[in-house]
Design a protein around this ligand. Sequence first.
Ligand SMILES: Cc1cc2nc3c(=O)[nH]c(=O)nc-3n(C[C@H](O)[C@H](O)[C@H](O)COP(=O)(O)OP(=O)(O)OC[C@H]3O[C@@H](n4cnc5c(N)ncnc54)[C@H](O)[C@@H]3O)c2cc1C
Length: 378
Amino acid sequence: MATYDVIVVGLGGMGSSAAYHLAARGQRVLGLERFGPAHDLGSSHGGSRITRQSYFEDPAYVPLILRAYELWEKLERDSDRSLMTLTGGLFIGDPSSVTVAGTLASALQWDLPHEMLSAADLRRRFPLFRPAPHEVALYEANAGFLRPEETVRASLSLAAASGATLLFDSPVLSWSAGASSVEVHTATATYSAGALVVCPGAWAPTLLADLGIPFAVERQVQFFLDPIGGIEPFLPSAQPIFIWEGPPGTQVYGFPALDGPSGGVKVAFFRRGRTTSPDAVDRTIHDEEIAFITDHLSSRVPAAAGPFLRGKTCLYTNTPDEHFVIARHPLHARVTVACGFSGHGFKFVPVVGEILADLTLTGTTPHPIGLFDPTRSF
Ligand SMILES: Cc1cc2nc3c(=O)[nH]c(=O)nc-3n(C[C@H](O)[C@H](O)[C@H](O)COP(=O)(O)OP(=O)(O)OC[C@H]3O[C@@H](n4cnc5c(N)ncnc54)[C@H](O)[C@@H]3O)c2cc1C
C-alpha cells in the first residue's frame, strides 16, 4: 500500500491549493475529492470571483491579501495560466455604509492606493453607473477578478506535477486521528498518513462537526445577463468590478463581460441567500429571483439589467461572525482545517494553501490568522 505524509480531503479552492503547497514542499500527498476536478457543485465555480485589497470585512485581512497577490502572480507564472486580472474596483454606497466606510478604513490603515469619487465624479468617469446624489464610491485600482475553475485546475496540475496522488469521485465517509497517524475511509478503501488537512467547503457541518461551530450553508445565485446595448461598454478594459450597497444589508456586485457576447455580464447579491445544505440545495433559478435582481439593477446600472441568459447556484458556508476558520484542529494535533469562508474566501486561495502547509508541517505560521481561531466565541 502506498505511504502518504499528508491526506487532503476536498480538492476545491482551498484543498487544491493546500495539496499543491504541500507537494511542492516535498510531502507525499494524497488528495481525495467527492466530485470531479473543478466541478460546479460546491463554492469555487461560476467563471469569476472578485479580488480587492482594502478589505471592508476587517483590516486584519489586508496582510493576507497582499501576500495572496504575490502568490497569485506566482501561480500564474508557474502554471502559465491567466488567473487574475486587475480591472479596478468600485465600492459604492452611502458614505456611512459598510462597503464605503469599511473599505476606506482599511485603505487608510494600510496606506493602500485609492480614490474617493462623488456621485458626479462616478457618473462622469464610469457612465454605466447611476448613483443617487448622496452616494459616493471608493475606487481601488488593484481590485479585479479571478478565474475560479482555472485556478483549481492550475493548483491540481501543479500538485500532480510535484508528485501528489489525486483521486476524484472518492467521497470521504469518515476520518479519525490518533497519536501517531490519521485514517480516512472512503466506500472502497482506508488510507493512513501522518497528517490530515480537511477543506470540505459546504460539507463542513458534517465532516467537521466536532469543531462545534454553528455553520450555516447559504444558497447563492450567480446571474448572467445580456447587457442592453451590447457588451462593448462592459469589456474589462473599460469596466471595473463593483460592489454597491443599497438599503442596509443589501450589496449587489458585478463583473465586466469576460467571455464574449454569449457570456453576458455576471451579477449577484452578496448574502441574502436561503439557508440550505449541499445535498438538498434547490439548483433551479426562479423567475422571481431574476425579476428581483433585474429590478434592483435597473436604477443603478440600467444597461446591465438586460435579459437573463443563465444562472448558477453556489454555496456559502457562513460562520456566525463571517470570519474564516483556519487552524490546527483543537482536538487533533495531526489535523488541520480550513472552512467557514463565509462567501469571501476565494481571493485568499493561494495564501490559505501556504498557511495550511505551514500549519501541517510546523504547527504554526508566520501569517496573522488569530481572527480565524475555531475556539473563538461565536
Ligand atoms: C456565488 C459565490 C460568489 C462568491 N464570490 C466571491 C468573490 O467574489 N470573492 C471571493 O473572494 N470569494 C467569493 N466567494 C467565496 C469563495 O468562492 C469561497 O470562499 C471558496 O470558493 C471556498 O473554497 P473551499 O475550498 O472552502 O470550498 P470548495 O471549493 O467548495 O471545496 C470544497 C471541496 O470539498 C469537497 N468535499 C466535501 N466533502 C467531501 C468529502 N466527504 N470527501 C471528499 N471531498 C469532499 C467538495 O466536493 C469540494 O470540492 C463566492 C462564493 C460563491 C458561492
